[in-house]
Design a protein around this ligand. Structure first.
Ligand SMILES: C[S@@+](CC[C@H](N)C(=O)[O-])C[C@H]1O[C@@H](n2cnc3c(N)ncnc32)[C@H](O)[C@@H]1O
Length: 167
């Protein structure tokens, strides 16, 4: 599902805190959050957005690909993450199951000091597959216990969690 407007507004605000930043979105979808992020970024920042589905991502490509601050990558998020050096991003928005419910460690590994890791859809969603609900508290517990991260859960919009690498 496309990110809600309130999620987008938060992403835009956080993106604005990273002038010249290296931003990563896992799960481009049709580019709703991508557009919010680009709106918050300065001219020196760069956003890489990854999705496995070329058709869905194609919608974002058609609308946003002219923005030179954006790289759209059609690849599995975990394969992408495994190729990245540690601490190579200042911001990660994890909006696919990969990099969140699978491969969380790989996603956190690429977040540099002071960098953000943000997830949404932690409140019940109509499109959750069977058995998904029990995974949410486990993810929140794992993130809350992640060494070197300060974490806050927000019962707001679709349910967000914001983590910042403090060391
Ligand atoms: C919730 S949607 C993304 C919504 C988008 N961020 C937005 O704001 O509109 C999740 C996306 O993750 C993509 N996806 C699913 N599995 C993936 C994977 N293993 N790697 C990368 N993307 C994946 C899907 O194709 C889908 O477009």
């Amino acid at each position: 599902m496309a990110s809600e407007a309130r999620t987008g507004a938060l992403l835009r605000t956080v993106a604005a805190s990273k002038p010249g930043g290296r931003l990563l979105e896992l799960g481009t979808g049709t580019g709703v959050a991508t557009a919010w992020l680009l709106d918050g970024m300065d001219v020196g920042a760069h956003l890489t957005s990854v999705d496995t589905d070329p058709d869905v991502q194609g919608v974002a490509r058609e609308i946003l690909a002219d923005d030179s601050r954006l790289s759209l990558v059609t690849e599995d998020a975990l394969s992408f993450l495994k190729r990245q050096p540690g601490a190579s991003f200042d911001f990660v928005f994890a909006d696919a199951l990969a990099g969140k419910y699978e491969g969380l460690h790989e996603a956190l590994r690429v977040v540099g000091p002071g960098g953000f890791y943000i997830v949404d859809d932690l409140l019940p969603q109509p499109n959750w597959p069977e058995g998904h609900a029990s995974k949410v508290p486990r993810l929140v517990a794992e993130l809350t216990a992640s060494p070197g991260f300060s974490v806050v859960s927000l019962d707001w919009s679709s349910g967000l969690l914001v983590a910042v690498r403090s060391a």
